[in-house]
Design a binder for this molecule. Structure first.
Ligand code: TXA
Ligand code: MG
Length: 331
């Protein structure tokens, strides 16, 4: 599937937003900015449009899409809210949290990969919010990368990966959080389960819900979903550079003079060379998350034989960062 031409990048002017809202209403795909990563959006109530998302990304049809909404009232059209969901939604929306809830009949089954639940998120990015308001539709949007590759955090990343498969990319600047939303399964409000760590931490969710949040234990392998119960997109191998990645608690003992291999530190190290990189000069976890995927892309493009990456020190965002790094390193 190819459009034959390179996608156009639109600045977020009022005119462009109106134009892109019309394109979405007409069933076309648009690359969109969010605070976590860029998404590849389509009208979530239009099965034909959503099928195109799977085609453009090369995404397997068993991997359900997240649906983005503008307001809490818009949620009730697509999902059945329960009191626990309303509690966390009021606390963390708009923001980097996706809730898995029982779906309504309005949501096409291809969006949810045949499940009776749907992932819902109200993003906080002001440009995305304006687009949602103008489109007046819930927007299904997975990360806007070819399936399995590193998620995009700029409009340019989107066109690098999908430029010939889609026509429109809305530029809202670099994503400020940099890792995908936290996914919380609230189908059963008495058994909240964390499906994917993100910027909203398990601790924060437990505090808001007033009960423990379980962590999804069994992860499907890269071959596909193990059961119908788990998040099938939580594939072990994901977010992967083309260059093999090795993870280390510390890079201190490695031989950095091996110039055919890259070394990526959490913070700026004292030694400098063309094979030495870092995520954030001061090792700030928010800075690391923001630069995580862009740095991996940059180093991947330099075609080293291997990329050695340091893991994040403990901290609120460390779970999300280390989760993405583990999957980038998975064979
Ligand atoms: O931050 C984000 O969540 C970004 C931005 C664009 O909003 N989106 C994103 O989408 O990361 P994606 O498709 O790359 O990851 C969505 C994950 C998948 O792993 C999928 O399996 C899971 O959400 N998911 C979606 N609906 C689900 C459902 N009904 N039950 C379980 N997991 C679900
Ligand atoms: Mg993704």
């Amino acid at each position: 599937m190819s459009t034959g031409t390179q996608a156009r990048i639109y600045r977020p002017t009022a005119r462009n937003l109106e134009l892109l809202a019309k394109r979405l209403q007409a069933g076309e795909l648009v690359g969109v900015p969010t605070e976590t990563v860029y998404g590849l959006a389509a009208n979530a109530l239009d099965a034909g449009a959503c099928k195109q998302i799977f085609r453009a990304k090369g995404r397997p049809s068993y991997d359900p899409l997240i649906v983005h909404v503008h307001s809490l009232t818009a949620v009730s059209e697509i999902a059945h809210l329960n009191p626990a969901a309303i509690k966390v939604a009021k606390k963390f929306w708009p923001g980097p949290l996706t809730l898995v809830l029982p779906k309504t009949d309005k949501v096409p089954l291809c969006v949810t990969a045949g499940r009776d639940s749907v992932g819902v998120r109200m993003p906080s990015h002001p440009v995305m919010r304006r687009l949602l308001a103008l489109t007046k539709r819930p927007l299904a949007a997975p990360s806007a990368n070819p399936f399995g590759y590193i998620s995009p955090t700029t409009a340019a990343h989107v066109t690098q990966g999908l430029g010939r498969k889609i026509r429109h990319v809305l530029d809202g600047g670099p994503s400020t959080i940099g890792v995908e939303s936290t996914i919380l399964d609230l189908r059963d409000p008495k058994r909240p389960t964390l499906l994917r760590p993100g910027a909203i931490t398990r601790k924060q969710l437990e505090k808001a819900l007033g009960r423990p949040v379980a962590i999804l234990k069994r992860r499907p392998t890269s071959k596909g979903p193990a059961t119908g119960e788990v998040a099938p997109g939580m594939l072990t191998r994901h977010y992967s550079p083309r260059t093999p990645v090795s993870l280390h608690e510390s890079l201190a003992r490695l031989n950095l003079s091996e110039r055919s291999e890259a070394f990526v530190f959490m913070r700026k190290p004292s030694s400098a060379a063309r094979n030495i990189f870092w995520f954030d000069a001061r090792g700030n976890l928010h800075g690391i998350a923001r630069q995580l995927f862009a740095t991996l892309r940059r180093v991947d493009a330099l075609k080293f034989r291997r990329i050695h990456v340091e893991m994040a020190p403990a901290g609120d965002l460390a779970d999300a960062i280390n989760d993405r790094l583990r999957r980038a390193a998975a064979k």
